[in-house]
Design a protein around this ligand. Structure first.
Ligand code: P6P
Length: 337
């Protein structure tokens, strides 16, 4: 495909053509999300210039100080999703519970078909240091027939995802998404305001030598995990060890680098946080869908993330994601526990 002028919208319309029964709602929904992220990108890039930095003084459900850009990104995304006519329910890291959405049209063919889980601005603690941050989204088809969505529509296992993606607000703004037919990367050209295809059908490089983890938590990790980290630091040319440690502390930035360069990202459970820190529905599930579409693997250390049955909207999960070979090796060491 001539990537020079393949916009995100052109790409999703071409994807839609594969499904004759498509009503166009998914294309419209993905388009709405992309538009929201263009607006968020503007604000993120201007944050240093206008007095939008600093704290609103509010505390979100995660017990974290909420920065104004978090609130802004959440407002933009939740407004767009609620008014777009394609979503029956949505959840956000910034919202205590899910938001049911009334149907916009009457006939059943255009019943709001989708559910969206999102992290409007992940890594926001890095905003003031100008470190890359991002938006993550996960899309399911509703389970109920019609009307406003319910918790049943929201709490679905990851394998049910219809589409997923993230946007990294970094040196440039890139969007990576999958609708189940490969993972594709688009770069925002701010002069025309379009996401242009920059990397189609991304595949995680076969051989990696990067690991990403917050080793400040080492003393709280299990023996098996400590042994795995020590294994990665041993010298063995055949297995490309020692690996390089790369950790930004912003999930989308760490994940995106490993997706393109190869590597394993870990946010494990520890003695203080039995389920780790990251959230299943709007962090682990969407990135796991993308990782698998790119030929990688993602697990909670024992089972495939996409097969973890959710019980709560904001539930946490340990996460090991990236090269299949690396995730399998990590799981092998964890079996020692
Ligand atoms: P730690 C950022 O706050 C975040 O939610 C993710 O983006 C990131 O991967 C993780 O937390 C970093 O956590 O404990 O290493 O600072």
């Amino acid at each position: 495909m001539n990537t020079k002028f393949t916009t995100f919208y052109r790409h999703i319309i071409d994807e839609e053509r594969r499904f004759p029964e498509a009503t166009g709602q998914l294309s419209n929904l993905l388009s709405d999300i992309a538009l929201s992220c263009k607006v968020i990108s503007q604000e993120v890039n201007r944050a240093g210039l206008i007095d939008i930095l600093g704290f609103t003084g509010e505390i979100n459900i995660q017990g974290e100080e909420v920065k104004k850009l978090d609130v802004y990104a959440n407002d933009i995304l939740t407004y767009t999703l609620q008014t777009g006519g394609n979503v029956c329910a949505l959840s956000s890291e910034e919202e205590d519970t899910f938001i049911p959405v009334e149907g916009k049209y009457s006939d059943k063919f255009s019943e709001n078909k989708y559910v969206v889980h999102c992290d409007p601005l992940d890594g926001s603690s890095n905003i003031d240091a100008n470190i890359s941050i991002g938006t993550i989204f996960s899309i399911f088809k509703r389970e109920t027939e019609k009307g406003p969505g319910t918790m049943k529509d929201c709490l679905q296992v990851g394998v049910n995802q219809i589409a997923a993606g993230y946007v990294v607000y970094g040196s440039s703004t890139v969007l990576v998404y999958t609708a189940g037919d490969g993972a594709h990367c688009f770069t925002l050209d701010p002069t025309v305001g379009e996401f242009l295809l920059s990397n189609e059908n991304i595949k995680i490089p076969k051989e990696s030598k990067i690991y990403s983890a917050n080793e400040g938590n080492y003393s709280k990790w299990s023996k098996g995990l400590q042994n795995y980290i020590r294994y990665l630091k041993e010298v063995d040319n055949e297995t490309r060890r020692p690996y390089s440690s790369r950790y930004v502390g912003s999930l989308v930035a760490d994940f995106h680098r490993n997706l393109l360069y190869g590597g394993i990202f870990m946010y494990p459970a520890d003695s203080k946080n039995k389920n780790g820190k990251l959230r299943l529905m709007y962090e682990a599930n969407p990135l796991s869908f993308i990782a698998e579409q790119a030929g990688g693997k993602s697990s909670n250390g024992k089972i495939r993330i996409l097969e973890v049955e959710p019980t709560e909207l904001h539930q946490r999960t340990p996460l090991f994601i990236g090269n299949t070979e690396d995730v399998l090796m990590a799981e092998k060491f964890l079996k020692e526990d």
